[in-house]
Design a protein around this ligand. Structure first.
Ligand code: NAP
Length: 297
């Protein structure tokens, strides 16, 4: 799908993944961002990038201020308060409200997560691998709310005849943000970095590849919904990316500590997304170097 001169609604625009994506989409499209905008600076940053912002609280489920006439929806919104009612409302039920509201759109991209998979000791997760509470120790509501969100999106695709793609993202990062940035700051503070004993390996996916994947994923939107892993090939462990960041930054060797309560590996089978978009823009070493250089000590 060519994303040019479209009207695109993006939820979760102020989070980690949303800002670079919204600004990249806004270069050629009208982008309407939906969030509470609890951080006014985040809103100002989006508006400076040409993004229109409409304040809405998904937990309250009042979408009356939101325009209906959009071509495409990208649903990134998520919350991890640990309160089941709130987290299920925002991560799951809101997907249903959005699909109802935007039922006439051409395509709906529902962002899910590799956290929907049952930990399996670090073997690749294919799209039909079993579900489980992957993030149980760190974020008790997250995996279950994301699994529930997918079910709502599958129902919405059928109920509203809305072409839908469910994309299980893992692990996003970019020049400005991401899980490795937390590790960089922890290393600089001399803190331990807990990793799961299963090898703690993940597929990092850079902002630039996330933006480039979006039109390709939207092309896969269908009724019933299509479900795809959304990840770059090339596996890397937390220990490897921390070693590399320490080498660039000079902040000393990482203090890696194994813990059963750390987030288990999320090794994604990238076969299907790779077939759709074989050429990736940013390899993990380049991406990590950019992240470190963008955050001088
Ligand atoms: N970050 C990761 O490592 C990762 C990994 C795999 C998958 N994902 C998926 O990628 C997507 C984006 O994640 P992220 O890390 O960018 O999220 P994030 O940083 O936690 O941001 C969450 C976004 O949701 C909005 N939001 C939260 N509560 C809301 C409410 N009640 N009403 C309306 N909007 C609300 C927030 O804006 P306000 O607070 O202003 O409302 C914010 O824009 C999610 O679907 C997530 O599951 C992320």
């Amino acid at each position: 799908m060519e994303l040019r001169n479209k009207t695109i609604a993006v939820t979760g625009p102020t989070g980690m993944v949303g800002p670079p994506l919204c600004k990249s989409l806004a270069a050629d499209n009208r982008v309407i961002a939906l969030a509470r905008f609890s951080d006014p600076d985040a809103r100002a940053d989006l508006e400076a990038g040409g993004v229109e912002c409409v304040a809405v609280d998904f937990a309250a489920a009042d979408f009356s201020a939101v325009p209906r006439d959009v071509d495409v929806v990208v649903n990134l919104a998520v919350v991890k308060t640990g309160d089941w009612k709130t987290d299920l409302a925002v991560c799951s039920e809101a997907a249903g409200h959005l699909m109802s509201h935007f039922r006439d759109a051409e395509a709906f991209l529902h962002c899910s997560s590799g956290a929907v998979y049952k930990p399996n000791g670090g073997r690749p997760f294919a799209e039909d691998s079993p579900h489980g509470d992957h993030h149980a120790h760190m974020m008790p509501t997250y995996s279950i709310a994301k699994i529930a969100g997918e079910s709502v999106a599958r129902f919405g695709a059928l109920e509203f005849g809305l072409p839908t793609v469910i994309a299980r993202l893992n692990v996003p990062y970019g020049d400005a943000a991401g899980w490795p940035l937390f590790h960089l700051l922890m290393m600089r503070a001399g803190m331990d970095i807990e990793v799961h004993p299963d090898g703690a390996r993940y597929n990092l996916i850079h902002d630039a590849d996330i933006a480039a994947d979006v039109p390709v994923l939207l092309d896969q939107a269908s009724v019933p919904a299509t479900t795809l892993n959304w990840a770059s090939p090339g596996l890397v462990s937390v220990a490897e990316w921390c070693d590399y960041m320490a080498e660039i930054d000079g902040c000393g060797p990482p203090k890696i500590v194994e813990s059963d309560t750390a987030i288990p590996s999320t090794v994604m089978d990238t076969g299907r997304i790779q077939a759709l978009r074989p050429d990736r823009l940013v390899g993990w070493r380049d991406g990590i170097r950019r992240l470190v250089e963008n955050h001088p000590a």
